[in-house]
Structure formats: C-alpha cells, structure tokens
Write a protein that binds this ligand. Structure first.
Ligand code: CAA
Length: 297
C-alpha cells in the first residue's frame, strides 16, 4: 500500500506536482496513485536541496496575509506528518513569502465564535502535528509573523529570519490573548519581562531584536533567507536521522522539565545512542579518519 506522503514524493520528484496540485496525468503506472495524492489550497509543498531531502512547506494565502484559517492548519498538519513519515526527508522548512510569514489566526473566522463553539471544535488542537514532528522543523520568516504566526514559528525547532521580519503578539489589540502557545513559549525564549512587554503592549519587534532576545537563531538578507535555511537543513541532513531525532527530543526536554530530570533524561538518551549502529559508525569513522556512512539504524 502506497501512502499519500509517498505518492506526493513520487510526484514531486517527477515534477508532476506543482503548488500542491497534480500538474499532468501522463499515461503511466503512476496514474493509479493520483487519487491518494493530497491537493492543497492554502499551502504549497516541495522537496528541495541538492539531495532532494528537505521538505519545504510554504504558507500560501497571500490575499489574507497568510492568516491561519483552520483549513490551512489542517493542510499544514498533514504536510508535516507526511514529510515526517517520509524516510528520504531529513528536515522540514515552514516559510511564507518575502513579505509575510503569517498575520496570525484568521480574525474573520474567529469574529463570531463563542466560548462553547471553540470548546466544541477543539480549536487550535491541530497544532500538535507540528510540535509532535520527530524531524527538525525550521521556520524561515520574511515579513510579518504576528499572533498565531509568531506562535507557529515558536512551535518550530529553529527560527531563521530575514532582516525585515517583524514579530509580535498583538492579540491584546483585538480583545483576546495569544492562544496557540504565545503566553507559554515566549517567556521560555525571551524571559518574563520581555514576554510581558510583548504580550501586554501588542507592539511589534524586529528580526534584529528577536535575534538579540534569543527568539531567532540568525538573521539574513531577505533574498538569502530561504537559501541559507535550506543550507541549514542540508547540514542537519548529513547526520544520522536517528541521532538527530534523539538530539531534538533531548533539547525539547529542557522545556518540559526541571534541570535534574532533564539531565537524567539526557544521560539515558546519551547511553541509548550506544545501542545504535550509527553511533558505532560515527566513532569508527572518526578513528579511521573517513566520513561516516550513517544508516538511520
Ligand atoms: N485574519 C484575517 N484576515 C487578515 C488578518 C488576520 N489575522 N490579517 C490581515 N488580514 C487581511 C485583512 O483583513 C485584509 O483583507 P481585505 O483586503 O479583505 O480587507 C488583508 O489581509 C490585508 O491586510 P491589511 O489591509 O490590514 O494590511 P496592512 O498592510 O494595512 O496591515 C497588518 C498589515 C499590520 C498585519 C494588519 O493586517 C493586522 O494588524 N493584522 C492582524 C494582526 C493580528 O492581530 N494578528 C493576531 C490574530 S489573533 C491570533 O493569532 C490568536 C491566536 O493567538 C491563536
């Protein structure tokens, strides 16, 4: 049985999938799989990098400044899940366009919601697909990342930004608060005082300030951002996928627990790497002065 993710990949490799849609239906054996390939309205997906091992997801609702409506988020979750399940993908990038990452949750969708309608729908629970992803997820942000856009970036493992990027949690301006992790993740990145200032004023802050605060790992010229982010993903892709996954789990544990429990967790993962062939291969390659040949094992 071929999964939808595998079908997507076959189509991307054969340049048959354009902007999340099947571009042509040639008379080949692939035709039978087309019905399983996902078509996306609000995102574009692609496989990039010199080894075609980086999954690229581009938010694509430009008229609404990529406001994160529920269908977009369902599509995003599905794309992340598919790339995570695809053994040939090493890392995933989430980006927008050169002017906007995302202007937040869709205010027009939310305008007439009620407490009970949000409860019934379990609004924003679908975000777990991004945070549950085992592979590294990197946000590449040009332009604005506001409200849930900033919160989506914070769900990712690494944030790279273009020099004109603007961040903010402006929910207070529209009578609500960040609801997709902003009040919890932002203080973990930037500390309480800065987080309070950002959440209580709704003021925007620049890529340079975000880098200074530790929210953003690096800032690049706008036109270089995606290229540099792909380079980062490719660099991660040179390592053992198995060990990358364990390293990601260990770093994330620092945000879930106290220091003593985190150090214990780290030690058990460290010892655990000695049960893998890739750890053995990595150290053997070092001693033999050659490049390692990792097998994800
Ligand atoms: N939801 C829905 N539509 C949005 C939107 C949003 N978050 N942000 C922008 N848009 C729409 C606008 O309504 C407008 O659509 P129309 O052309 O149909 O009127 C279009 O995108 C362009 O927007 P503007 O004309 O406002 O563009 P601008 O350049 O003048 O201003 C902006 C840009 C400063 C980002 C401004 O659009 C803005 O303040 N947007 C809202 C930002 C915000 O408050 N985000 C938080 C949302 S709440 C949230 O995210 C909750 C949560 O934590 C889960």
């Amino acid at each position: 049985m071929t999964s939808a993710g595998a079908v997507t990949r076959i189509l991307l490799r054969k340049n048959l999938l354009k902007n999340g849609r099947v571009a042509a239906l040639p008379n080949t054996g692939f035709v039978k799989f087309y019905s399983a390939a996902p078509t996306y309205e609000n995102i574009k997906i692609n496989v990039v990098g010199s080894k075609k091992n980086v999954g690229l997801i581009q938010l694509n609702r430009p008229k609404a400044l990529n406001a994160l409506c529920m269908p977009l988020f369902i599509e995003l979750g599905k794309a992340v899940k598919d790339f995570d399940a695809d053994g040939t993908i090493s890392a995933i990038i989430i980006t927008g366009n050169e002017k906007v990452f995302a202007a937040g949750a869709d205010i027009k969708d939310m305008q007439n919601q009620t407490y009970s309608s949000l409860q019934r729908a379990g609004t924003l629970k679908g975000w777990d697909e991004v945070s549950n992803c085992g592979k590294p997820v990197i946000a590449a942000i040009n332009g604005i990342a506001l409200g849930a856009g900033c919160e989506l970036a914070m769900l990712c493992d690494i944030i790279y930004a273009g020099e004109k990027a603007q961040f903010g949690q402006p929910e207070i301006n529209i009578g609500t608060i960040p609801g997709a992790g902003g009040t919890q993740r932002l203080p973990r990145y930037v500390g309480k005082s800065k987080a309070m200032e950002i959440v209580l004023t709704g003021n925007f802050f620049s890529a340079q300030e975000a880098e200074k605060m530790g929210l953003v790992a690096r800032v690049f010229p706008v036109e270089k951002l995606l290229e540099e982010t792909i380079k980062l993903a490719e660099r991660i892709g040179t390592h053992s996928p198995l060990i990358v996954k364990l390293a990601k789990q260990a770093v994330n544990q620092a945000y879930e627990t106290n220091l003593a429990a985190g150090l214990l967790y780290e030690k058990s993962i460290f010892y655990g790497t000695f049960a893998t062939n890739d750890r053995k291969e990595g150290m053997t390659a070092f001693v033999e002065k050659r490049a390692p040949r990792f097998k994800n094992d």
